[in-house]
Ligand binder design. Structure first.
Ligand code: NAD
Ligand code: ZN
Length: 341
């Protein structure tokens, strides 16, 4: 089968022929239809320090996908050949305290598809059946292929009650922009989103942000005054990984505000801790998606009218994968999809 693999220790990704994976007793083998490129894949593509320390050479990359079940392990129940599925890319141990309590997103031994084990940029993918998630017929392949990052946005945005609240999102990347759509959908009042990239801010507006702020030109306090916010934001969703953005969020929160942190900051990022203490802020770290509450919420929100379709800005056939990675690297894109069928 054809895969996209990290064949060489340098910038790039390579079309590579590999054996089709075998199907373990508890696995499903999925014929991949569409995949999407994630920021993690870009770290692997650029072969940065994190990737060099983490990714074994030769790894099949990718974890955002939709496909059709083609083979089922002998112990598997609840799936049949032909089921259309996406899947959770975090494979958990099943034995630790959190796994046993049903808090699998907090497993201490999580393995990543396309990071620690062969990924979805391939014609066929084998994962434990318990990680597959059936996609209802009224949800398109395109949307199903981005359930992983949509799940990051959902997990983060639904961490705190947003009904009637004023929400600040820092970072209008694909995940921040989808979070803006979710916040609006579930009943937030102001959904203000910041970035340094106008293309991304336009995307966030198309998805439902009520006010976009390019922090290279506008100041957040001035925008808050302009829209009549006298006290501060009730909820913050940090989705840039930028330390300055996080600091400006802390400064803009109301007392008692709540912050969900998804963006991964540089090591040694400094913040003003007095803002956290004297404002009585609550800060929650977010990793991955809740298994599988987040997945059910995603389906339900799409079926109740949430529109995240504009976040998919580009599609390429797998032969043109290089254009896909170049487009992602340019910053002038939302989600980029690669078609395998
Ligand atoms: P992305 O890199 O596409 O988006 C980040 C955005 O932040 C970009 O549009 C960038 O221009 C913007 N930005 C940079 N400096 C800024 C500033 N000073 N103020 C405001 N915005 C600024 O990433 P993404 O795929 O949307 O993911 C968002 C973040 O979440 C990334 O940091 C990513 O590493 C992280 N992430 C975490 C998890 C998790 O499980 N915790 C999962 C996926 C992604
Ligand atoms: Zn575990």
């Amino acid at each position: 089968m054809i895969t996209l693999s990290k064949s060489n220790p340098s910038q790039g990704i390579w079309l590579t022929e590999k054996e089709r994976p075998s199907c373990g007793h508890n696995d499903v083998v999925i014929r991949v239809l569409k995949t999407a490129i994630c920021g993690t894949d870009m770290h692997i593509y650029h072969w940065d320090n994190w990737a060099q320390a983490t990714i074994p050479l030769g790894m099949t990359v990718g974890h955002e996908f939709v496909g059709v079940i083609e083979e089922i392990g002998q112990e598997v129940e609840g799936f049949k050949i032909g089921d259309r599925v996406s899947g959770e890319g975090h494979i958990t141990c099943g034995h630790c305290r959190n796994c046993r309590a049903g808090r699998r997103h907090l497993c201490r031994k999580t393995q990543g598809v396309g990071v620690n084990r062969p990924g979805a940029f391939a014609q066929y993918l084998a994962i434990p059946a318990s990680n597959a998630f059936k996609i209802p017929a009224d949800i398109s392949d395109d949307l199903a292929s981005i359930f992983d990052p949509f799940g990051n946005a959902t997990h983060t945005a639904l961490s705190f009650d947003l009904v009637g609240e004023d929400v600040l999102i820092t970072g209008a990347g694909p995940i921040g922009s989808m979070a803006a759509a979710i916040a609006k959908h579930v009943g937030a009042r102001h959904v203000v989103i910041t970035d340094v990239n106008d293309y991304r801010l336009e995307l966030a507006k198309a998805l439902g942000a009520t006010r976009t702020v390019n922090v290279t030109r506008e100041s957040l306090p001035e925008v808050m005054a302009e829209i009549g916010m006298t006290e501060g934001f009730d909820v913050g969703l940090e989705m840039s990984g930028n330390g300055q953005a996080f600091q400006s969020m802390l400064s803009s929160m109301n007392h008692g505000g709540k912050i969900a942190l998804l963006g991964i900051p540089e090591q040694d990022t400094r913040i003003d801790w007095n803002q956290v203490i004297f404002k009585g802020l609550t800060i929650k770290g977010i990793y991955g998606r809740e298994m599988y509450e987040t997945w059910y919420k995603m389906v339900a929100m799409l079926q109740s009218g949430l529109n995240i379709r504009p976040i998919i800005t580009h599609q390429f056939d797998i032969q043109d994968f290089q254009q896909g990675f170049d487009t992602m690297a340019s910053g002038a894109s939302g989600k980029v999809i690669l078609n395998w069928s």
